[in-house]
Ligand binder design. Sequence first.
Ligand SMILES: *[C@@H]1O[C@H](CO)[C@@H](O)[C@H](O)[C@H]1NC(C)=O
Ligand SMILES: *[C@@H]1O[C@H](CO)[C@@H](O)[C@H](O)[C@H]1NC(C)=O
Ligand SMILES: *[C@@H]1O[C@H](CO)[C@@H](O)[C@H](O)[C@H]1NC(C)=O
Ligand SMILES: *[C@@H]1O[C@H](CO)[C@@H](O)[C@H](O)[C@H]1NC(C)=O
Ligand SMILES: *[C@@H]1O[C@H](CO)[C@@H](O)[C@H](O)[C@H]1NC(C)=O
Ligand SMILES: *[C@@H]1O[C@H](CO)[C@@H](O)[C@H](O)[C@H]1NC(C)=O
Ligand SMILES: *[C@@H]1O[C@H](CO)[C@@H](O)[C@H](O)[C@H]1NC(C)=O
Ligand SMILES: *[C@@H]1O[C@H](CO)[C@@H](O)[C@H](O)[C@H]1NC(C)=O
Ligand SMILES: *[C@@H]1O[C@H](CO)[C@@H](O)[C@H](O)[C@H]1NC(C)=O
Ligand SMILES: *[C@@H]1O[C@H](CO)[C@@H](O)[C@H](O)[C@H]1NC(C)=O
Ligand SMILES: *[C@@H]1O[C@H](CO)[C@@H](O)[C@H](O)[C@H]1NC(C)=O
Length: 682
Amino acid sequence: MGKVSESIRHPRPPPSGTRCGWIITGAVLSALILLAAFPPLSPGPDLSSAFSSAEPFVSHLEQLKENDSPYGIFPQADDPFRFLPCTPTTLPPPLDDSIAEQTWASRFDPNPDHWSWGVPREQENGTAGGSSYAGRGIFMCGYLDVPLDYTNKSDSRIARLAVTKFQVSGLARVGEPTNSSAGRKTERTIVIEPGGPGGSGTSYAWRAAENVTARFSDSQFDVLGWDPRGVNASIPAIACFPHDASRDHWSLLTSLHYAVSGSPRDQLEVADAMNAAVMRACWEKHGDLGRFLGTGLVARDLEQIRIALGEDELTGYLVSYGTGIGQTYANLFPDSVGRVILDGTEYVRDHRLRGGFGWTALDNATDAWHDGFLGECVNAGPEYCALAKPKDGKPVTLPDLVARMDALMSSLADRPIPAYLSSSGPSLVTYSAVVDNIYGALYNARSWPALAQALFELENGNSTLAASLLEISAWFYDPETPCSPTPIPSSDLELGNLVICADGYDAPGPDDLDWWLSLWGNMTTKNWIAGNSRFYGSLPCRHFLQYWPEPVGVYRGDLNHTLKHPVLLIAETYDPATPLRNGRRLLQEMGKNARLIAHHGYGHSSRDMSNCTETIARAYILNGTLPDAQETSCYADEKPYLYGVEKKVAAMTLGKPEDPVEAWRAHLAEMSFLDPQLRPAV
Ligand SMILES: *[C@@H]1O[C@H](CO)[C@@H](O)[C@H](O)[C@H]1NC(C)=O
Ligand SMILES: *[C@@H]1O[C@H](CO)[C@@H](O)[C@H](O)[C@H]1NC(C)=O
Ligand SMILES: *[C@@H]1O[C@H](CO)[C@@H](O)[C@H](O)[C@H]1NC(C)=O
Ligand SMILES: *[C@@H]1O[C@H](CO)[C@@H](O)[C@H](O)[C@H]1NC(C)=O
Ligand SMILES: *[C@@H]1O[C@H](CO)[C@@H](O)[C@H](O)[C@H]1NC(C)=O
Ligand SMILES: *[C@@H]1O[C@H](CO)[C@@H](O)[C@H](O)[C@H]1NC(C)=O
Ligand SMILES: *[C@@H]1O[C@H](CO)[C@@H](O)[C@H](O)[C@H]1NC(C)=O
Ligand SMILES: *[C@@H]1O[C@H](CO)[C@@H](O)[C@H](O)[C@H]1NC(C)=O
Ligand SMILES: *[C@@H]1O[C@H](CO)[C@@H](O)[C@H](O)[C@H]1NC(C)=O
Ligand SMILES: *[C@@H]1O[C@H](CO)[C@@H](O)[C@H](O)[C@H]1NC(C)=O
Ligand SMILES: *[C@@H]1O[C@H](CO)[C@@H](O)[C@H](O)[C@H]1NC(C)=O
């Protein structure tokens, strides 16, 4: 949700640069020039001996040597992903580049100091000594071309999928004994996908690959994330606005909540008219591509990734909407299913219903607010949650706090609260923005202390912190972004709508504005926190069929195919987006082909860590073993507001509380790739 407020780990900033664009270093520049003159030779297995031989082609060899690294040359021959050690320039070449492979190879930067190595682990014995990179994992960047339309052999168009792999063994130095594990791919690769639709798997890999492999495989397996077709660094990426600023200014008109739109009908007319304009823009910009973005085709892409990995069965950790990809994959390719965890489980059949991606998600967000955000605040007490500070000398009880928050929300609905920030000048704390930010906070309980602090200060007449948090989540365009020599492309936010609309293109039943108005009222009555956000995410589909009446490859089969191995579902009791009920409905259909962990905890997916869940998941990924029981209950180890507190108290390191604005930035960065559709209102 919101713009990416904090740049994630990668791409690493180039070694030298200025605020205004990047300065290409001499080494990179010479590599580019040299490779343009000398297309890379196919790197043989033993380059070191080639260099030591005194042959007449001295100048040629010297050139080559400059492009060589202590780890040889990349991409290596016959690598379907064409992996290069990642640097900031390793983005897939454009589709219209007729020498794409050469362009790509020229992006190889031979200086290992420019590569993105993993966090140093204990120096492993048996790896070549003397290098500070020995025993360190490495991030490798590549791409895979797949057919745009798997069902039509005469359509030669492709999608170019960006992939980022964390290779736990690092790289082998030239001349390193071949019995070393360095540079070898592992027996299985954990393929990850963060959800959305529209979440970036490469960004997820940058952020979480080292944690994912540590969590599920004791760092035994590589991790690979891919950007699904239409997303992020994959080509084409689907944005329908030329600039984020153009999208932002219209969002003011189209994000008002039901409770504050004087006439919901009038508000619906405005939002629907804008959606008509957006879908037209998608057609103008991307033509028939809207036919080729549904989940069925994304699942076929995943099968191509498995094949390119050379693994007999898929190992995966797929989250949120990623579980919808996983369910579709499992039933299209039942014999390819290895060890696949679906965490934050949706029931992908719901995509087939009109608005189903929205209205089936509403079960537990208000419970999470009541029992979690407020209830755990009272439990944690005033030292850890500002809203639990005594009022008029009396300790705070949960019913009091609920009443206070109801009063605050209702006053915001009557009239927004003015604010001033030196960074953005005059500002408003609005009802719609506060509710959407509450919804986002329920995804990630680590954000709760900051939001509680802001609501407490707001309640007490100081709107500064609340406005600060809302401002950093409101816009995709950031006027403070350093200037760039090339225009910054718009975020690919429309992709998510096109995926959902393709999945539900033939939904039965009425589609007129009266029906949608009734749905909006029902959704916001059932859930004042999630109802608006989920409604607005579904509404654009009214205008899909006009442009793309026949989406390709949509999966309409059952979800109970007999799989090579059962999958592991994890569904959370307080998940604001993928309620436990959906995981159970899926389990019901999958039967013996799945097991379910009912994860008792807060937030979206199993981020509220439970040793019980971790133990089951690790045994599954490492050994393929699963509990016998269809459903197992696991409980989170710690409570919100108190994460890590026991340890810190024991070690007497309880320092100053985290700065709420910084905590909020970290929260938004965590959310941005998980659910780009979760766009807060302004
Ligand atoms: C590496 O070898 C040294 C010396 O043989 C030994 O002391 C050390 O524990 C080993 N480290 C690991 C991680 O195995
Ligand atoms: C690898 O092989 C070399 C020589 O063939 C041997 O000296 C070395 O101990 C081996 N290393 C490991 C980790 O097995
Ligand atoms: C298959 O692709 C060809 C070439 O692009 C196109 O002319 C034809 O209409 C496509 N067929 C279908 C059924 O989409
Ligand atoms: C990843 O793991 C490290 C070490 O275990 C931990 O400090 C860090 O908080 C984790 N990061 C995330 C995003 O979970
Ligand atoms: C991919 O996503 C990351 C994180 O959201 C962003 O920083 C980056 O600019 C995106 N890259 C492209 C090519 O869109
Ligand atoms: C989640 O929603 C369901 C209704 O679908 C309800 O039965 C359940 O009690 C809720 N969970 C919690 C933890 O409140
Ligand atoms: C209002 O809150 C801000 C941010 O928490 C704080 O810096 C400021 O001092 C507060 N203003 C007053 C008048 O208390
Ligand atoms: C909204 O709820 C009412 C009452 O339960 C129901 O009759 C109506 O069909 C619902 N509308 C939609 C669009 O689901
Ligand atoms: C899957 O469920 C359908 C009913 O929805 C049933 O007809 C079919 O036999 C089931 N298939 C398997 C393999 O169990
Ligand atoms: C985690 O769970 C495992 C298996 O139930 C147990 O053996 C272990 O002691 C637990 N560890 C912690 C830190 O609770
Ligand atoms: C995997 O199986 C082996 C052998 O049965 C066992 O020792 C090990 O503890 C298991 N690993 C996990 C993570 O369960």
